[in-house]
Design a binder for this molecule. Structure first.
Ligand SMILES: C[S@@+](CC[C@H](N)C(=O)[O-])C[C@H]1O[C@@H](n2cnc3c(N)ncnc32)[C@H](O)[C@@H]1O
Ligand SMILES: [Zn+2]
Length: 283
């Protein structure tokens, strides 16, 4: 049995600690949050986000693509870096923008830890809750104060998801690690134009470091390139699972997929960057 991550959670309304009451999460002020049928908790309060959450179809495409194992070396590399930063019997990790939970799953397979998976999309959380039943999976907006205590986790992982530097620094323990995966220039270039994917904006290394400056210092960076031989269905899933999935015309995409050869060679280019929180001046 993995340690329980609920001890690390704060009520999104009053910021008191949350604990399990039966299968609900509740705080001493009486705010309480039921588990959805699939096991995740919706901690979104107020207006929520102005961002467009991934749809059920986009999440299904992501699930199918990641289950095919093409990105497994990336998941293994992130898991290895994260495992090295987990400390002691109460080791804890937050996967921000957890999506279908595949990356958190790969980490928990090599390093048991209290785990929080957080995403704005309830469709993603349905999958993540099934993928990682021992984690606490939360619908929450990364741009709001996170429902996580100060200095609660050893590692924050962010794989192709938004980064709230101040909040990630707050929830990390001193000496903890923020592990960020971003695409590099040329990522999926062979199919990007063809499938109508929005131009993947390569997150320039300097821009990533600049967006975290003031809260984090960069510790290391690693480039990972994968040469993939993709079947037409894989190409379709890749096109649908990204930001372009909000806008793609399914009939047009089907026509493009139908015309593809049995295997398309595609290069995936990732950067894995590791950051350490700076000591914050006392408030
Ligand atoms: C490109 S997906 C990556 C998902 C997962 N990390 C992966 O690589 O498979 C980006 C994820 O960030 C989530 N996301 C976008 N905006 C968010 C926000 N404001 N707060 C929390 N999650 C957000 C999306 O719902 C989506 O699951
Ligand atoms: Zn409360």
């Amino acid at each position: 049995m993995l340690p329980d991550a609920a001890r690390l959670l704060l009520c999104p309304v009053c910021r008191n600690s949350l604990t399990f009451r039966g299968d609900r999460l509740a705080c001493p002020e009486g705010h309480s949050f039921d588990a959805a049928r699939q096991g995740y908790f919706n901690l979104l309060v107020g207006k929520g986000t102005v961002f467009e959450a991934d749809t059920a179809a986009m999440v299904a495409a992501r699930f199918d693509f990641l289950s095919s194992g093409h990105y497994r070396p990336l998941a293994d590399a992130v898991a290895e870096l994260a495992a090295a930063a987990l400390r002691g019997a109460d080791a804890a990790v937050l996967d921000a923008g957890t999506g279908t939970g595949h990356y958190l799953n790969a980490l928990l397979a090599v390093a048991p830890a209290s785990a929080i998976g957080l995403d704005i999309s309830k469709f993603a959380l349905r999958r993540a809750a099934r993928m990682n039943p021992d984690a606490v999976n939360l619908v929450s907006d990364v741009w709001q104060p996170l429902p996580v205590a100060d200095a609660a986790v050893d590692v924050v992982t962010v794989v192709f998801a938004p980064r709230n530097a101040a909040e990630f620094a707050r929830v990390l323990r001193p000496g903890g690690r923020l592990i960020v995966v971003t695409p590099r220039s040329g990522h999926l270039a062979e199919i990007a134009g063809q499938t109508g994917m929005l131009g993947i904006e390569p997150a320039k290394e300097e821009r990533l470091a600049a967006s975290l400056a003031g809260h984090f210092a960069q510790r290391s960076t690693r480039e990972l390139d994968l040469d993939l031989g993709l079947e037409p269905a894989d190409v379709g899933n890749l096109a649908l699972m990204g930001p372009a999935g909000h806008h793609l015309d399914p009939a047009a995409l089907d026509a493009i997929i139908a015309a593809l050869p049995p295997l398309t060679q595609v290069s995936a280019r990732f950067r894995i960057s590791v950051f350490e929180p700076l000591e914050q001046p006392p408030a």
